[in-house]
Design a binder for this molecule. Structure first.
Ligand SMILES: [Fe+2]
Length: 191
């Protein structure tokens, strides 16, 4: 049996994430996870297997790379083809750290300006727009969990996301008269 040249880097990533998620609170946990992702991606080694890097035609690809056996976190790889992105969404109360593996993404963060995101119409205010390139990472810690991600370029971008559990749904916010209306969204994996 041959061993994939990437296997040791993936092993290092998982080992270090196992340690990082043991931090005492979400802020410390996200700082540690961010450090791990930045280190591993900036090592320059290509450790994400090629089937994970394939764009999907309809929407951005979302693939499960690792599920912690103790359910403390999951690692997903997402591929953003030209023109692909998310609507404004939340993370259903789950912390997340994301790091760019290839290309660039534009992350627009929002804060609640009026209304109740749990019910009815909510008003958001744009907080920041960040362009992130390879090896750059950001964290999202509830209740500050509203953002959208887009690929600003004409070539595909790839990001690695670590979630504090398995995020099987979230809410998207669609623009309506007077603000945005929350809708439940089931999140699946791309095959
Ligand atoms: Fe997100």
């Amino acid at each position: 049996m041959t061993t994939s040249p990437n296997a040791s880097k993936v092993g290092e990533l998982i080992r270090r994430l196992d340690e990082a998620v043991a931090a005492p609170d979400d802020a410390a946990r996200c700082r540690s996870v961010k450090r791990v992702l930045i280190d591993v991606v900036n090592s320059g080694e290509q450790f994400v297997e090629s089937p994970f890097l394939e764009p999907a035609p309809q929407r951005y690809a979302r693939r499960l790379m690792h599920r912690d056996p103790r359910d403390r976190y999951t690692v997903l790889v997402m591929v953003w083809d030209r023109g692909q992105g998310t609507p404004l969404h939340d993370h259903a109360g789950t912390w997340c750290v994301e790091c760019v593996y290839r290309g660039r993404i534009r992350v627009t963060s929002f804060s609640v300006h009026g209304g109740d995101p749990e019910a009815g119409i909510v008003q958001f205010e744009k907080e920041s727009v960040v362009m992130a390139g390879v090896g750059e990472a950001g964290a999202l810690i509830p209740p500050f969990e509203y953002h959208m991600i887009e690929n600003p370029d004409t070539t595909a971008a790839v990001t690695i996301h670590v979630y504090g559990g398995e995020m099987k749904h979230c809410h998207v916010f669609n623009p309506v008269e007077g603000g945005y209306r929350r809708e439940y969204l089931e999140l699946g994996y791309t095959t």
